[in-house]
Design a protein around this ligand. Structure first.
Ligand code: SF4
Length: 290
């Protein structure tokens, strides 16, 4: 259960590098409510994790189909928009979880997604877009903690992996869970929201996972054609051609270039706003191709 990373490194997002001191008016009021919530949900996840690992289970727990129906129902009640299931992939485990300090991961993963507000993202790279990212980190963080508690209350073992944390590569796990595909800017693209969601994971000592039928969703043709994120990124941080690494992972953006602008603008989000899967949605794109 102790996670074994094959050397994948993550980048720490330092929340104190966002300068929100010069934000005024209603935006400032909004941020004053959001940030404490972000800071509250992270320690909650950490304390839950510490409780969880105090005594690790010896065997994987078997759950009936009905249990998963309950989990999905509960997720919906908590405002979670997307849910998928996949076994943990060791190639996707980060060496260090900078935020949650998670060193134990169970065999299976429940991948969760929450939509970000369309209109807020349309303002990128202005402040309301970044504030919405923070808002969803807080909301999804809280929902992830609560769903994990719900699973534990049913007698199963589970670890909440906060959306700001990095024990495992969430977008790639979401692909394995059948939620979507990875876009040119490295974000998960879903049929429902395009790149406009944040992700988290619940690591679950539970088997078997619910079966899902494969959903046909091909985005490569569109990504090759439009390249809006590559062209519109204000600091040219998105590679024209992704770099395939030896360990099987793919690098799509220059993280150093992106992160500086990300801090400067309190969350940028231009590559979400410009993506046609967000702008006009998958259906419109599909029909425009016919
Ligand atoms: S978040 Fe902004 S800076 Fe970073 S890759 Fe996207 S558009 Fe470029």
């Amino acid at each position: 259960m102790l996670k074994k990373s094959k050397g994948l490194k993550s980048r720490l997002i330092e929340l104190n590098k966002f300068d929100i001191t010069n934000i005024e008016g209603s935006s400032s009021d909004k941020m004053k409510k959001i940030m404490p919530k972000v800071f509250k949900t992270v320690p909650k996840a950490i304390s839950g994790y510490k409780r969880e690992i105090a005594e690790l289970p010896e065997e994987i727990q078997i759950a009936p189909k009905e249990f998963w129906n309950e989990v999905e129902e509960q997720a919906k009640n908590l405002g979670i928009d997307l849910i998928g299931f996949a076994p943990k992939d060791e190639n996707l485990i980060f060496e260090e979880d900078h935020v949650g300090g998670i060193e134990v991961l169970y065999q299976n993963a429940i991948v969760l997604g929450m939509e970000m507000d369309y209109d807020a993202i349309e303002t990128a790279p202005e402040f309301p877009a970044g504030a919405e990212s923070m808002n969803i980190y807080a909301e999804l963080g809280e929902a992830t903690n609560k769903l994990t508690e719900f699973i534990r209350s049913k007698g199963y073992r589970a670890i909440a992996c906060h959306p700001l944390g990095d024990p495992i590569l969430y977008p790639a796990m979401a692909v394995k869970a059948g939620l979507g595909q990875i876009g040119r800017q490295g974000l998960l693209i879903t049929k429902k929201f395009g790149p406009r969601q944040r992700l988290s994971v619940i690591s679950a000592n539970i088997s078997p996972l619910p079966e899902r039928s494969e959903v046909e969703f091909e985005i490569e043709t569109y990504c090759r054609k439009y390249r809006r994120c590559v062209l519109m990124c204000p600091v040219s941080a998105i590679y024209n051609e992704p770099i395939n690494k030896e360990n099987g992972t793919v690098t799509r953006i220059d993280g150093d270039k992106c992160i500086e602008y990300f801090y400067e603008t309190t969350g940028c989000s231009v590559c979400i706003k410009e993506c046609p899967f967000h702008k006009i949605g998958y259906k419109a794109m599909y029909y425009s191709r016919l």
